[in-house]
Design a protein around this ligand. Sequence first.
Ligand SMILES: Cc1cc2nc3c(=O)[nH]c(=O)nc-3n(C[C@H](O)[C@H](O)[C@H](O)COP(=O)(O)OP(=O)(O)OC[C@H]3O[C@@H](n4cnc5c(N)ncnc54)[C@H](O)[C@@H]3O)c2cc1C
Length: 495
Amino acid sequence: MTTLILLAAGLLQLCAGNQEPPPLPDRIAVVGAGIGGSAVTYFLQQQFGPQVQIDVYEADRVGGRLATLTVNNQQYESGSPSIHSLNLHMQDFVKLLGLKQRREVAGRSAIYNGDQLVLEETDWYLLNLFRLWWHYGISFLRLQMWVEEAMEKFMRIYKYQAHEYAFSSTEELLRSLGGEHFVNMTQKSVAESLLGIGVSQRFIDDVISAVVKANYGQSVAIPALVGAMSLAGAQGNMWAVEGGNKLVCSGLLKLSKANVLHAKVTAISPHTSEKNPLYEVHYDQEGARGSELYNLVIVAAPLHKSGYQISFSNFQPPIQAPVHSYHRVVTSIVHGYLNASYFGFPDPKLFPFTSVLSTDSPDSIFHSLENLCPINVSVGFRRKPPQEAAVWRVLSPRPLDRRELKTLFKSYYSVQVIEWQAFPSYGSSGSSRPLPPIILHDGVYYLSGVEWAATSVEMSSVAAKNVALLAFNRWFERTGKIDQQDLLHKLKTEL
Ligand SMILES: Cc1cc2nc3c(=O)[nH]c(=O)nc-3n(C[C@H](O)[C@H](O)[C@H](O)COP(=O)(O)OP(=O)(O)OC[C@H]3O[C@@H](n4cnc5c(N)ncnc54)[C@H](O)[C@@H]3O)c2cc1C
């Protein structure tokens, strides 16, 4: 009897021993402190808890493509200016950090085809609808339904992530949201997809091409999913963070008590002397080289030819780092007097627009121009009318020369230029290009590859949460929370 009891106790101990979770990782490295890197740091800390040390390597400045610059003692967004009202992670971050959404200052847009304005927004919603119908029939309604359907499917991700489901590839993530159709939207062009649902070629040439150009500096050959996301933005309901969008990045890093190192990561390699796989992150800090060991490494920096190069050395089998090319977009922040007559308004007082988008014409010197509001908007704030000197943001394919600046502005006090490697060079879609992998090695994850499916501040935040959940679920072998099929149905029946 005693032997039996001892045996049972031994068995119980053995079972208890088997169930013991693996120890927490000691150290995690995050490469990049843009919104992707800052958000993944926060989500990793939420998942693994405060005991895990997270080091964030940033080669340039916290915020990445969320950046501001100063004109006349006031700051303006020089990178990503606006966030969609349905971007729930960004909304959560703003609440969590005690920040505020910046008041939207109404303005009107027009589209310019290099010769004349082809579409002019008015202050009256119904008149705008009537004009769209008059010029383009019901194309705009078809477009709206298409965008809404895509957004409705995209919104499912928040529910999946709230239940800690993660995906090991961007294709799996998209499949769970909208089936094979959603995956195909990364391969088919926006023009082809819209023509397929009966949107007219004229509407695509006049309106869609202008919106896509203003958002990505590229043509309507970009993938349909990228296009749908930017067209959702064009339907209004945008906001920004009072004090600058980049405050979200610094806020999340501070909240996570992350250790931010101002250093450029040059290489990542496996560390072979240990039993548990570890990774060595090699970095360059003000000319001095160093390296540190980590259990997990998250690359939240786009791997592209013009970026800081990271080599993945000594991996067996070798890691094929997905290095692509990014598309240059130049931002010029001009403080000056707009040349309204260039757009057919000899009297600047009569020029009613705060932004002008350009259609995709070969001679167009700019993608878009916009009369900017500063990052802090007081209650009595009003935009400067065009007869006064205002701060304008011009997006263009290359830096504007003096002649081009003189074409767009009658005179100016200052011009500040930032050249962005802004977005993936989508090139012509339809070539069945696979999306970059998320898992590069057991404990090495690539967050920024998501940009090839769609690129935005929220997309990086969604990818950040996915990578944090994926790393956590894989670490604790929670396989039931990875790449689950039919999640929509599963969650309905679970509730
Ligand atoms: C002009 C412009 C306008 C835009 N407009 C919008 C908009 O209106 N709405 C919207 O949602 N999105 C917009 N975007 C896109 C949006 O800014 C990006 O999708 C988003 O900011 C990407 O964030 P990220 O953290 O993934 O990458 P990034 O912001 O690029 O951050 C990556 C960081 O990694 C660092 N890094 C790179 N390599 C290394 C290395 N080897 N070692 C250490 N650090 C490294 C970089 O310095 C950088 O700080 C715009 C972008 C641009 C450029």
